[in-house]
Design a protein. Sequence first.
Length: 137
Amino acid sequence: MIGGSPLVAITRAQADALETALDGEVPVAPGMRFSQPTIEQALHDLASRGATRVAGIILSPQYSPLIMGGYGRAVDAALEAIAAEGLEPPEVVMAGAWHREPGFIAALAGRIGESLERVPAGEREEEPVLLTAHSLP
């Protein structure tokens, strides 16, 4: 993709899938720090839909105080802007770091295992695995 990141479309699709999985009973809105829709737009949307309490989940699996702090400041600024518009801002409860959750690690291990199954059996033990991370400073 030239001139953009696929992460916005992927995140929108994840939000839609989560709302569908919750039978539409819980509103879900994606919000980005550096792209549209912004965190402020997402929280404004949720507040307009009647949300009084929101769970915030940072989709970056790696933990960094810099990353977490930046999102926290963006949420705080968004809540102030919503209140300044006369809307009741929702309470936001942020999920903590989840990069060491057993289910997440198992999912990664499963995906790596699936990929290695495509390598001929005699070559698997010698096959290198490259780990990368997105958005680390």
